[in-house]
Design a binder for this molecule. Structure first.
Ligand code: SAM
Length: 287
């Protein structure tokens, strides 16, 4: 039997289909599509512009239940998805949006069992996505330089999984500290402003063929990152961005929504190739 921490965290990896219980989070959707994330507590009351609703009315109900406040406003209750939580959780640093989280998991090929290095942890939106993807057979080691962001990240991970999962390590410090350790990783995801400054240390910690993925908001940062990867022993370097446009579909009309998140960040990916030094050969360029 595993440790209690492992059991709690494993529980949050699978979809739950059971009546709502005290202590869990619930997403309330009003008639106009507004979303409220609350934690259920016996005897507590949720207040919003549409009135008040007793938590006890939700407790014991199945997902999808529709309830009404004392003023008659309609609220539907569901368990929140990871995307719902990421967009609502307390932030220190800017989080990576769900559309980009999905792309990072696929393009950086994060799978059950992957050993993943991450920096910086920020608010831990990506950490949570990585931990779900690697599962207990993998490992996520995440560095955050700032003490206050490290604390926020820990609280967000604990709130999501119930406790920091046994396979996740949250470290306060500079990711370049990895250089001194014997730890090896299959993947590295860098969401920090100057990834080129840590690339040598991260490359050293990656297994051959390992994938590095940087996430950057501006094109000049992307260019610097690409050039640093190419100079620094990474091959197959590619850059992409993800544009997601939601649609308004009704009986009367079918059209794109008026608003979209037009820009977040660019993903740049590269694979660790074997440099001459790694093979114990002399570099032909240097004779
Ligand atoms: C944009 S935030 C990361 C947000 C995170 N991906 C999320 O989804 O919540 C960038 C973070 O990198 C941290 N950082 C910058 N340089 C770092 C370094 N060398 N080592 C560790 N963390 C670093 C910053 O303090 C900041 O919190």
């Amino acid at each position: 039997m595993g440790s209690p921490v492992l059991l709690i965290a494993c529980d949050s990896l699978r979809a739950v289909s059971a009546p709502f219980e005290p202590g869990e989070r619930v997403l309330l959707l009003d008639g106009r599509g507004r979303r409220f994330l609350i934690r259920l507590q016996t005897g507590a009351t949720f207040h919003f512009h549409g009135g008040a609703l007793e938590h006890d009315a939700i407790l014991g109900s199945d997902e999808g239940v529709v309830l009404h406040t004392h003023t008659g406003a309609r609220l539907a209750a569901y368990r929140p998805t990871m995307a719902d939580v990421v967009l609502k959780m307390p932030r220190g640093a800017q989080v990576i949006y769900p559309k980009d989280l999905g792309a990072i998991l696929v393009f950086a090929d994060i799978a059950p069992g992957s050993r993943v290095l991450e920096a910086g942890t920020g608010s831990a939106a990506l950490t949570i996505a990585l931990a779900r993807a690697t599962g207990p057979t993998g490992r996520v080691a995440s560095w955050e330089a700032r003490e206050d962001f490290h604390a926020t990240a820990r609280a967000n991970v604990e709130a999501f999984f119930g406790a920091v999962p046994a396979w996740v390590t949250l470290r306060q410090g500079d990711v370049r500290e990895v250089m001194g350790s014997a730890e090896r990783f299959d993947r590295a995801v860098l969401d920090l402003p100057e990834p080129w400054g840590v690339l040598a240390e991260v490359r050293d910690a990656l297994e051959p063929g390992g994938i590095v993925c940087t996430y950057l908001p501006t094109t000049n940062q992307v260019q610097q990152s690409v050039l640093a990867m190419e100079r620094g022993g990474f091959a197959e370097v590619q850059t992409l961005e993800v544009l997601v446009r939601s649609w308004h579909v009704t009986v009367q009309s079918v059209r794109p929504d008026h608003r979209m998140v037009a820009h977040t960040g660019f993903l740049t990916l590269g694979r660790k190739g074997l440099a001459a030094g790694d093979r114990g050969e002399s570099d032909p360029a240097n004779g």
